[in-house]
Structures are given as C-alpha cells and as structure tokens.
Ligand binder design. Structure first.
Ligand code: SF4
Ligand code: FES
Length: 555
C-alpha cells in the first residue's frame, strides 16, 4: 500500500485508491466481495438494483475528523470512496437489505435453474446462496412474463429478468443502436425492443454476457451444454485483425461458444457477433480431413508421413525448374509463417514469398458511431497479415509480395506451396490453373475443401486457430499469443507441424512436435529483426483462467 494514497477500509480490509473511484470499484480492485447486479465497469452507473447498499462511516472535519455513521445505507457503486471512510456490507443493516433485495427479486422469478443456460454462472443463483433467505414468504401466484425473440441471435426469457438495465444501457452507450427499452411499470416492467425494430447490430451478443441472470440467451448456445462442463481457454480473435481477446469454451474436443476476455487496451469487455460466431467453422462439414497425394494423375488418400515425403521430393525437383513460390495465408500464426519460410529456404534460398489474399469488407466501423474512443469492428477479415509479413520480410532475400504480384511471380515457378485456412472458399480460377499445370508441382495446406485442393499434387489439411497455439499481430501492431483450446480435428494438423515435418525430411531428421513457444524463442534468437517475439509478445493473464484439460503451451 502506498503511503501517499488515500485509504478506505471495506469490510475490515484497508484499501488504497485513486481519486474518483467509487467504493465498489475500490472493493472490486482489492478483491473484497460486494454483491452487485446493475453495476458494470463498462456502463454508466444507475444504482438501481440496491444489492450493494453499504453502511458507511466517514470522518467529519467539523468534529476533529471523528468517524460518524451516515444514517442511510449508501449504494457502494455510486458513492465516491473517501479517505478514512469505514465501510461495511456485513453489518446487520446491510445484511438485512441484501436479504430483502433477494427476496423481492425472487418473488416472480420462475426458479427454473435446472433448465436455464445461465445456471452455474448466474449471479442470482450465487447471491441467493450467499445473501438470500433459505425460504420464500411469498404465497401468491407468480406473475408470468413472456419469452421473446429480440433479434436474430438473442432470446429474452422475461420472467428471469431482474431489471438491472445493463442490456438497455449497452445498446445506448456502447453499440449506440438503442434498440432496447424498459416497457411497463412496477412488477409488470419488461425489457423489449421498440416496435418494428429488432436487436440486430454487430455487437448485439454482448447483452447476453452482460445479463447477470439467464434472461438474455444466445440462440446458438441454447440448451447446448451445461457451463460447468466447459473448459475455457484464453485465445485471440482468429477471424479479423482486431486482436480481440476471447475465451474459447469447449468440452469433449468440441467448441461450444466464444466469450469476450476483458482487455482494456484492446477490446475492453466486448466482441462483435462475427468474432463470437467464429468457432462455427471449426466443426463445419466442409473441413478438409485426411492428406492426399497425386498418383498417375489422380488424387488418392495417404498419410501425413507419405504426403510430407512426396511434398519435399516434388519441391526439390522444382528448384531447378524455376524455383519455389510460397503463399502464406494471413490466417496463419507468425510461428507457422516462420516454419514454412525456413523449410522453403532450405530447399531454395531464393524462394519467392507472398502474403495470401487479405479479405476486406467495407471500412472499419466505430461503435457508437462517430465516437473518438469507441469500439472498432475491423473491416480486415484476417487476424495476422502484419505478423506474417513481418516474419517473411525478416527471412526472405527478396520483397514479400502481395497476392496479385505473387500470382504473377508464381507463373515462372517450378513448385508452389499454397496455404489457406480461410473460413469460406477463397481460391480463384487463376489459382486452379496455376496448381493444375502439370509442369508445376503444387502443395496445398488448407482447412476447407475447394477446387485448388482438388488439383494439387499433395494436400495437407491444416488446423484452425483454436486447434493450435501461436501469435497474431493485430491491426495496431500488437503481438499477442494464444493457446491451443482443442486437439486438431481428426485428419488435420497445424500448418506449422507440416512445415516442421518438411524441414526435418529435407535434412533427413525425425520431426519433433511443433511448439509455438519454442519456435518464438528460436525466431528471436536466430533473426535479430524478430527479437520482438522474445520481448513484445503479450500472453494471456491467468485471471479467469479455467484450467484446460488439454495439453497447452507453456508461456
Ligand atoms: S434482461 Fe438481463 S441485462 Fe437486461 S435488464 Fe433484465 S436482467 Fe438486466
Ligand atoms: S450494483 Fe449498486 S445499486 Fe446495483
């Protein structure tokens, strides 16, 4: 504790604080538990739920700074912390208030926890246990409120709602779309959309995370899995250049949902619905599974060992017929770009490198519209264009080409290696012609079926970002590491592993296991221009981490 900083005592714990903080913010920062429903760090303070009311004693300067009790209970979320204050949320008065608030909130609540998706991560459930009464004195009939579809992704079960208004404030203050409102009065109050409007904005799914109870639900996750069966692994947005911090929530090697992970420097508390839905591609029916090789003009199934040998032999022959051209996808991690470049340079020191197409959808959007420091939804739909370019630039003897220039240069190459890993079909007919040409040896590493994969000499299925670890560089140049959440889908392996196996085969060695952490260390040690991979990569903090039952990378 700093001697210069003001101090407040909350539930017996002395806490220092900065000017302008509320009692609740100081308590949260110092790990002192005070129940809270309507308060959220990212929203305005309304002090409406009243569960955080505290008894406060403050020094009175007109009475020699002696501590005097403030007669009324005060909302900890709205009352500024003051030097020398003593606060209790465990006093008889504060406890009586907590019990009364819980009793009121549960009067009309359906108590349907056994079928509620929020069960296991519900503040009403937790506080009922910690601060509520064990029995209800309410004997009358409960009010029944409707279930509603608020928009394409979000459902409202109104009778679970505790009217904290977090969702309403979110649409007014963060998304700026203001679709939600409180309708009705007293016990008949309900959350609703304005007539003729739907909760349909790119950030809409955040209201589900904000809802402290099970009133707002993701359609996608409805009855999909009990939350206590999920393992949460820290990761980074694998679809856009946002670098948004996320939790990948999975069980039995299947990803069930993606949730925002708080990072005040990058995405604060939010993610877009497109990032939230990003996991759907992981278990899609169009996944490329099982390596293939060409024999007598037709592709046949093979195993990774044989595919790797074929790829190395074919590319080795190609060096004398115009060299090798490698297209590295901006969907791949920096460590994978490094491994691919290293393997290619081992065969052909003058290999031509390009960065695969970088999908862009319109322009960056700011929420609320026009806000200087609003939440940005990135137009660039690839997570690592800058990181891939950085790594290739440090290793390549020539310029790192853009997609069109690489396509031109590849026409003269005797062998090409093409990497994809985009969420949907991305290849062009020109690429099909390039790879189909019998004079050229073509290797593809991709995650979904497509026409280019059908014409290559060797096909090695790759893995999506949740199936591996690595580093992405976001639109602002921030390097962030992510962990492997699930094992690669059967018949696939990370492109970095395929590159490492090729390199080992080139040198007649046995390939080890691709470990992103070790590769980062190697990159920084071997290439001075990549030293930042030792010093500047941000790794997920342990806060909120639920231990993965899978092998994870050690940071
Ligand atoms: S729906 Fe959820 S977030 Fe919205 S007011 Fe009700 S309890 Fe709060
Ligand atoms: S959290 Fe303070 S009144 Fe709701």
């Amino acid at each position: 504790m700093s001697p210069e900083m003001p101090t407040i005592t909350i539930n017996g714990k002395a806490c220092d604080f900065a000017g302008g903080q509320s009692i609740l913010q100081v308590a949260n920062e110092h790990g002192v538990e005070i129940p809270q429903y309507c308060y959220h760090d990212g929203l305005s303070v309304v002090a409406s739920c009243r569960i955080c009311l505290a008894e406060v004693w403050a020094p009175n300067p007109r009475n020699d700074n002696k501590l005097e009790a403030i007669p009324k209970l005060l909302p900890a979320c709205q009352t500024p912390a003051g030097d020398g204050q003593v606060v209790s949320t465990q006093s008889p008065k504060a406890l009586a208030n907590q019990k009364s608030v819980m009793e009121l909130l549960l009067i009309n609540h359906p108590l349907d926890c056994p079928v509620c998706d929020q069960a296991g991560e519900c503040l009403l459930q937790d506080y009922s246990y910690e601060y509520g009464r064990s029995v209800s004195r309410f004997e009358e009939e409960k009010l029944k409120q409707p279930k509603k579809e608020l928009g394409p992704n979000v459902l409202l079960y109104s009778d679970r709602c505790i009217m904290c208004s977090r969702c309403v404030r979110f649409t007014r203050e963060v998304s700026g779309t203001a679709e939600l409102m409180v309708q009705g009065r007293g016990a008949h109050e309900q959350i609703d959309v304005f007539p003729g409007r739907a909760l349909d904005n790119p950030l809409a799914g955040n209201v589900v995370d904000l809802c402290p109870v099970g009133a707002l639900l993701e359609k996608d996750f409805l009855f999909a899995k009990r939350v206590w069966d999920l393992t949460d692994t820290p990761s980074i947005d694998g679809l856009t250049s946002s670098g948004d911090n996320i939790w990948v929530c999975h069980a039995d090697n299947i990803v069930h949902r993606i949730k925002p992970r708080t990072n005040l420097d990058i995405n604060k508390w939010w993610i877009t619905d497109e990032v939230r839905a990003g996991y759907q591609r992981v278990h899609g029916d169009d996944r490329l599974t099982g390596p293939r090789r060409r024999e007598h003009g037709v592709q046949i199934d093979t195993d990774f060992r044989r595919a790797t040998i074929e790829a190395v032999e074919g590319l080795r022959r190609a060096v004398s017929r115009g060299g090798i051209a490698v297209l590295v996808s901006p969907m791949l991690a920096c460590e994978e770009a490094y491994a691919l470049a290293k393997a290619a340079i081992s065969l052909d020191s003058g290999a031509t490198f390009g960065v695969g197409p970088i999908p862009v959808d319109g322009e960056d959007r700011v929420f609320p519209e026009g806000a200087g420091d609003g939440f940005i939804m990135r137009a660039e739909k690839a997570p690592n264009a800058r990181g891939v370019r950085r790594v290739l630039g440090a290793l390549s003897s020539g310029d790192v080409l853009g997609f069109d220039a690489w396509m031109d240069a590849a026409q003269g190459a005797g062998g090409v290696v093409i990497t994809g890993n985009y969420p949907s079909e991305w290849t062009t007919s020109a690429m099909v012609r390039l790879c189909k040409d019998e004079k050229r040896f073509a290797v593809s590493m991709d995650t979904i079926e497509g026409p280019v994969n059908d014409v290559c000499d060797v096909v090695m299925p790759g893995s999506t970002w949740v199936e591996k670890a690595g580093t992405f560089e976001n639109a602002n140049g921030v390097l962030q590491a992510f962990e492997q959440a699930i094992q690669p889908v059967e018949g696939t392996r990370p492109e970095g592993q395929s590159a490492m196996a090729m390199l080992a085969t080139i040198h007649g060695e046995r390939a080890g296991i691709f470990n992103a952490n070790s590769v980062r260390g190697e990159m920084a040690a071997a290439v001075p221009a990549l030293a930042m991979f030792e010093t500047d990569v941000r790794t997920p903090s342990g806060a909120g981490l639920i231990e993965s039952d899978m092998a994870t990378v050690e940071f």
